[in-house]
Design a protein around this ligand. Structure first.
Ligand SMILES: [Zn+2]
Length: 323
């Protein structure tokens, strides 16, 4: 079940453009909704479906049976194709085209949604071109994609494209803080992922909380001119434990980088500062702008090495010598 509040919050321009086209009877028969994960492309496809199927005078009302079924993706006139094992095959598209040619059980518009459409293989893409070449008045195709550059040009030239921008980091930080997530952690999450759902998953799995606390400890040790690797080992042994993935180490580097960026911002004295508690005792005579740039370079260099299978203890030991 989806509601449209998030969609209105994230993509007001797209909602307004779709609604306007609908009211002026200027909807086209094929759309491409493209943008990063978490930008509400599926919600927009559901919204367009509800617009087309709603029984009220003011669509989409969100409460009539058709709207409710659209929002549940259970309406008989909505057909969804999803990749299976990271590919959409010709027979999936042919099944869709077969639906098209058969008589509908329900009157009204029929909406075809293809998720991660760039995963169509060549045969599937060519089969889909048939649909695009012979549109039916009441049939609407919505392609969703996070990687539109992988779609055939012949497909892209036959669809109207909407680009879905991610919401600003600032807004996402606020949304997460409004849900009770601690400010610094919300800020980190907004920089680690563009998806609020993924951010909530990361909170549930817990490591991000330890990772942020660890990164703050490192800064506090820096303020006190203590040994950074020891400070790291004090709280950071969980990073060598079971279930820890490269992505967790990546997150740790991302958070350390964010803290250095906040220090750079504080030099300029602008914007709201995060990590205030660990930044209040920074020795600005040592942590000069040049020094902060050097810190970013060290983080960047070692973060690059995470791509290879390296011994993590050795990596941190040498990194904290340089950091
Ligand atoms: Zn309705």
């Amino acid at each position: 079940m989806t509601d449209f509040a998030k969609l209105f919050d994230y993509q007001p321009e797209i909602v307004s453009a779709l609604t306007k086209s609908f009211k002026k009877k200027r909807l086209v028969h094929a759309y491409l909704f493209e943008g990063q994960k978490g930008t509400r492309k599926t919600d927009a496809a559901v919204y367009l479906s509800a617009l087309l199927l709603c029984q009220s005078d003011n669509p989409p009302c969100g409460v009539c049976p058709n709207c409710l079924k659209a929002m549940n993706l259970s309406h008989g006139n909505i057909f969804i194709v999803e990749p299976e094992n990271d590919v959409i095959k010709k027979d999936q598209i042919e099944a869709l085209l077969h639906e098209l040619s058969s008589t509908s059980l329900f009157d009204g518009s029929r909406i075809y949604i293809i998720k991660e459409a760039h995963l169509m293989n060549a045969a599937a893409s060519n089969a889909l071109l048939k649909f695009l070449e012979e549109p039916h008045p009441q049939h609407y195709l919505i392609l969703l994609s996070t990687q539109p550059h992988l779609l055939l040009d012949t497909i892209k030239s036959r669809v109207q494209t909407f680009h879905f921008n991610p919401i600003s980091k600032k807004k996402m930080t606020k949304n997460l803080t409004d849900k009770g997530i601690e400010k610094d952690i919300a800020y980190c999450l907004a920089h680690i992922t563009s998806s609020e759902e993924e951010a909530e998953e990361l909170i549930k799995s817990g490591e991000i909380i330890d990772i942020v606390a660890l990164a703050k400890d490192i800064q506090k040790a820096k303020n006190k001119k203590q040994d950074l690797y020891l400070a790291f080992l004090n709280r950071g042994r969980f990073l060598f434990g079971e279930g820890i993935l490269v992505s967790h180490h990546q997150m740790f580097f991302d958070v350390l980088t964010l803290i250095v960026r906040e220090k750079i911002k504080s030099v300029h004295g602008d914007e709201e500062l995060f990590f205030a508690e660990c930044l209040k005792n920074v020795d600005k005579k040592i942590e000069t702008p040049d020094e902060l740039i050097r810190q970013l370079e060290v983080l960047n260099k070692y973060q690059e090495r995470l791509k290879y299978h390296v011994n993590m203890e050795l990596l941190y030991a040498s990194m904290f010598l340089e950091f």
